[in-house]
Design a protein around this ligand. Sequence first.
Ligand SMILES: Cc1cc2nc3c(=O)[nH]c(=O)nc-3n(C[C@H](O)[C@H](O)[C@H](O)COP(=O)(O)OP(=O)(O)OC[C@H]3O[C@@H](n4cnc5c(N)ncnc54)[C@H](O)[C@@H]3O)c2cc1C
Length: 258
Amino acid sequence: MSATDEKFYRPRITKRVDFAPDLWMIRVNPGGEFKFAPGQYATLGVEGPQKRSERPYSIVSSSYESEMEFFFELVHDGDLTPQLYKLQPGDELLMRKVAKGRFTLDTKSSRTNHLLVCTVTGIAPFVSYVRTLYQDWKEGKFAGEHKLLLLTGASRSWEFGYHDEMLEYARQVPWLKLVPTVSRPWEDEKWKGETGRVEDILRKYADMWQATRENCVAYLCGHPEMIEHCKEILKRCGYPKEALKEEIYWVPAKKVAA
Ligand SMILES: Cc1cc2nc3c(=O)[nH]c(=O)nc-3n(C[C@H](O)[C@H](O)[C@H](O)COP(=O)(O)OP(=O)(O)OC[C@H]3O[C@@H](n4cnc5c(N)ncnc54)[C@H](O)[C@@H]3O)c2cc1C
């Protein structure tokens, strides 16, 4: 067994759905046991002609599913995503055998409101939370004592990869509320929902949903600036450190250069 085989599975793509030109999902058969908690990420890679490229990706699927799902955004000048973008059903990629991350749902503290805030692909870990809780709900293992308040932001509505699925869950269960918001409504004239960035509507919905610094944990996922802005807003509301969780997907270029 080579060093690569010891550390990596070679999952095969079983399905691909392109949501928008630069946004797509894949489902893979991991090809071996892969334990994870909702909210964790897998390290995916591709063996290129010169080198192997790897990056972390939040897992969209729940741990009840036999296949794993990922939601990608193409970064045109990026290293890995242009290579992932070429892959089609039947193709293989690399996946480290161990899941990582602490961006999991906090059901141990006494805080029972969970304010989930994301931009575009940042919905991935939240889909995993919801799919898992939905399964638990149906099996009577979850009684709805935790409330999930999901605020999703994108420039235009076709970037909401999981909108219909989340809307359907929100219709069916009393413990999920969903508000998508579009920040470039002038490019999306048919959009009738909220407009503005998630940070612009965060206070309004947190107040409406009675999510407070005492009863809520906030989870911020995706765009680094969104996370920075939301964190400042929530800190000003008095949220303590232990009630703020973040998953920053990339470091803004200016900070890399500094
Ligand atoms: C814990 C974790 C989970 C993640 N989960 C996901 C996920 O579910 N889906 C997903 O698509 N990505 C996710 N990411 C980001 C992912 O790991 C890669 O950084 C991203 O796919 C870009 O990889 P790349 O090699 O193509 O670009 P790189 O070569 O790594 O980056 C090129 C440049 O683009 C910037 N950049 C990277 N990503 C973006 C972006 N989305 N928008 C704008 N600029 C960007 C980088 O800062 C860099 O300056 C996650 C990151 C972390 C840390």
